[in-house]
Design a protein around this ligand. Structure first.
Ligand code: ADE
Length: 287
């Protein structure tokens, strides 16, 4: 299979196969059901995910329910029973597309679970992303219009995921967000082996501040400890900053995570210092 193939209309539906690996290698597999496959170029054309696809770390297959319709107009939507605005995605084409995707994945040795992206889903945080990344493959269903027929959710969907408490025009961006967050965690996807582990949120904390050259700009200097070459002191400072920022900006994360005695002391020092250097500013929690 070509590494980067042209989209084609085939029996199995519109499919961009970025990476094809015979048999089940370590490559994680995503099959996406979408009415707008071209949108996924944002993910597959450049950046970390594109590189991971080229390196055969992950595969993304796209198919559209339109290819699984039986009427001349290739109808994928219909009016909701009971009235109301908007249209719903029809059961039959979606079910056929999901089953085709699962069958294709199975031929590849991958038993995929099926997730539907919707604002009604369970919230996806970094812990969920890590869980998702351990599965061999997923079929992602990106909804459009007002959503999909509820019976399809009952019959074919294993999990329903939301990327946040706001409503997008469709599940495509949400599916891309999830795939991006997952694929960058896969071994070999990021250049630096430690980069994913050092991410904001992977420790349950927000990230610490970062600095690059020049050493001084606009009257602001890089914190001295970062120039000290003392790796232990740098690690301690970074942890302290992460604790302080999380306490100030996302206290609920810190509460859910808890702190060791050492961390509590680091945070206390951070808050004392913040109160001293900028009374009434740094030591306050945001809303
Ligand atoms: N589709 C529309 N809005 C969404 C959201 N917030 N999360 C996941 N899928 C969606």
């Amino acid at each position: 299979m070509p590494l980067v193939s042209e989209p084609w209309l085939g029996q199995m539906g519109w499919s961009v196969t970025r990476v094809g690996v015979a048999g089940r290698a370590e490559a994680m597999r995503f099959d996406v059901i979408t009415l707008f496959p071209a949108q996924f170029a944002a993910l597959t054309e450049e950046g970390v995910v594109a590189r991971a696809l080229q390196r055969r770390i992950a595969r993304i297959h796209l198919r559209t329910p339109r290819d699984y319709t039986s009427d001349a107009h290739r109808t994928v939507d219909d009016r909701p029973y009971g009235g109301g605005p908007g249209m719903l995605m029809r059961y039959e084409p979606l079910r056929a597309a999901i089953e085709a995707a699962k069958a294709e994945a199975a031929k590849d040795g991958v038993r995929s679970r099926v997730a539907y992206l919707s604002p009604q889903g369970q919230p996806i945080d970094q812990a969920q992303i890590e869980r998702i990344s351990t599965a061999p493959g997923w079929v992602l269903v990106a909804g459009r219009y007002e959503g999909i027929d509820e019976r399809l959710i009952e019959d074919c969907i294993d999990e329903e995921w939301s990327i946040g408490d706001y409503v997008l025009s469709g599940g495509e961006l949400a599916a891309m967000v999830v795939m991006d967050a997952v694929i960058r965690l896969l071994p070999g996807a990021l250049g630096h082996a430690d980069s994913a582990r050092q991410d904001s949120h992977s420790s349950g904390l927000l990230d610490c501040p970062h600095y690059t050259r020049p050493e001084t700009i606009g009257g602001h200097s890089v914190p001295k400890v970062l120039l000290s070459g003392d790796h232990q002191a740098i690690e301690r400072w970074r942890l302290q900053q992460a604790l302080g920022r999380t306490w100030q900006r996302r206290p609920e994360l810190l509460q859910a995570r808890g702190m060791s005695e050492v961390e509590q002391r680091l945070l206390d020092d951070y808050l004392r210092e913040a109160a001293r250097s900028k009374p009434g500013v740094g030591s306050e929690q945001s809303e």
